[in-house]
Design a protein around this ligand. Structure first.
Ligand SMILES: [Zn+2]
Length: 155
């Protein structure tokens, strides 16, 4: 089977994969379909949303092709970063002999480590407190409205 270059419609990742001559699409690691590239041509634009600064639609193929490459490169770097974080996590899980259900936290230096049961408890307490506080905050405007209605009735 020949080696073909594919580029993803969604995230812009470019990758090479062995494929049959009839295979025009392969699944990307983001779960979307990547389209096979024709050698030397960039015949589609993928669904990447480009925000601020908006590139000009120059109609010049070489510039459009360059934007595709930049986005492809950025997707490649994002996927490399995700892969590197996942491998850090796997390393921590192996070192501490954790199963996949064990919570892993990240410290301020960006290193992964297992979360202790005290931390899980503390975070549960904090979440419950936060929910309670949000409940109080949400009730205030309603009480305020009821007060105003009451004052109007007295007037
Ligand atoms: Zn993708």
């Amino acid at each position: 089977m020949p080696l073909y270059e594919f580029q993803c419609f969604e995230c812009g990742l470019k990758f090479e994969k062995f494929a049959k001559a009839k295979d025009q699409e392969k699944e990307c690691q983001c779960g979307s379909m990547a389209k096979r590239q024709q050698t030397g041509s960039f015949s589609f634009s993928f669904n990447q949303t480009i925000r601020d600064p908006v590139p000009q639609n120059t109609g010049v193929a070489s510039i459009d092709h360059h934007i595709d490459r930049v986005i492809g490169k950025s997707a490649e770097m994002s996927w490399a970063a995700i892969e590197s974080r996942n491998s850090d996590k796997r390393e921590v899980m192996r070192d501490y002999q954790l199963d996949s259900k064990h919570a892993i936290g990240i410290d301020p230096e960006g290193h992964y480590r297992p979360i202790t049961s005290q931390e899980i408890q503390a975070s549960t307490v904090a979440r419950n407190l936060n929910n309670k506080a949000m409940g109080v905050i949400k009730r205030v405007p309603k009480e305020e409205r009821e007060k105003r209605v009451h004052i109007k009735k007295v007037d």
